[in-house]
Write a protein that binds this ligand. Structure first.
Ligand SMILES: N[C@H](CCC[C@H](N)C(=O)O)C(=O)O
Length: 282
């Protein structure tokens, strides 16, 4: 079976994008792992699926699979690539679209500059909404990880994030503690682990060990979560420039009850076609 795909990225967080409207294919976990494999497949951090809407008042449905094959609730860099994809493929001519995701409706908008701004919806902080096993909803909570204790802030952007402040992201223990935080027993659906360095009240540097993908060059929902956590801690003011290893995002949040707005690029790299191995044929 041949699968047509488009390779895209948002600040180096890379994606295989599939049009499931004109091609009847949504990957199984094993097929997703194959597509994401950087040696035996195409290679990506996530697989993004473009589908017809299932709700009135929305334009598309957006499904996301991590490189480990798990389907997840949200992907911010992917949302920017999503609107670029549907425009490039003539699926819409609306500059702003309403897109269903597993965690609610988001609205990506293609700007005249070519950048994309996404209304990512409201962040959530209650432990039960992350989900995080805690009897507190405090802004900062201690998390014992192996031989260390980290002061984390938990944020849901539809997907779960645990953010901590470090002195220097360049030397932050992302490789050692990222996987331990991701799989920590207090996060029943695992978690994305963010490490942010405060540069000034409107700027941070950020690295994210992503759930189901490992450290990525950028994480859109992670940038939203980090900026919101920094604002809640009284360390940042909106808007926040977020410097990731792949480039810069701008995050704006007007406070509780308000949505988070993320602005950044979306790039198409190439179109392709790949044969599913016989053992993975549907
Ligand atoms: N790894 C994330 C999904 C992708 C998020 C990231 N690539 C973004 O741009 O938001 C999770 O398991 O929640």
């Amino acid at each position: 079976m041949k699968i047509r795909f488009t390779k895209m990225h948002g600040l180096g967080n890379d994606f295989v994008v599939l049009d499931a409207i004109h091609q009847s294919f949504v990957p199984t976990p094993a097929q997703a792992r194959f597509l994401a494999d950087r040696h035996f497949g195409v290679g990506c951090d996530q697989i993004l699926i473009v589908e017809e809407p299932s709700q009135a008042g929305t334009d598309f449905r957006y499904r996301i699979f991590n490189a480990d094959g798990g389907e997840v609730e949200q992907c911010g860099n992917g949302a920017r690539c999503f609107v670029r994809f549907v425009h490039d493929h003539g699926l819409t001519d609306k500059p702003e679209i309403r897109v269903e995701t597993r965690s609610g409706i988001i609205s990506p908008r293609l700007e005249a500059s070519g950048e994309v701004t996404v209304d990512m919806g409201e962040p959530r902080f209650a432990a039960a909404d992350i989900p995080f096993d805690s009897d507190s909803d405090a802004v900062i909570q201690p998390l014992q990880v192996d031989d260390a204790i980290f002061d984390i802030s938990v944020v849901s952007m539809g997907n779960p994030h645990a953010v901590q402040v470090v002195d220097d992201v360049g030397t932050a223990p992302v490789g050692r503690y990222g996987p331990l935080i991701e799989n920590h027993r207090r996060f029943p659906r695992r978690v994305n682990a963010g490490f942010m360095q405060i540069v000034d009240r409107h700027a941070i540097r950020l690295r994210v060990h992503e759930r189901g993908a490992g450290e990525t060059l950028a994480c859109g929902t992670g940038a939203c979560a980090a900026a919101v956590a920094g604002i809640r801690r009284g360390l940042l003011d909106s808007p926040v420039r977020v410097a990731t290893r792949g480039g810069e995002l701008t995050i704006a949040w007007a406070g509780y009850g308000q949505p988070v707005l993320m602005t950044g690029p979306a790039v198409r790299v190439f179109e392709g076609e790949i044969d599913l191995p016989s053992q993975l044929e549907p």
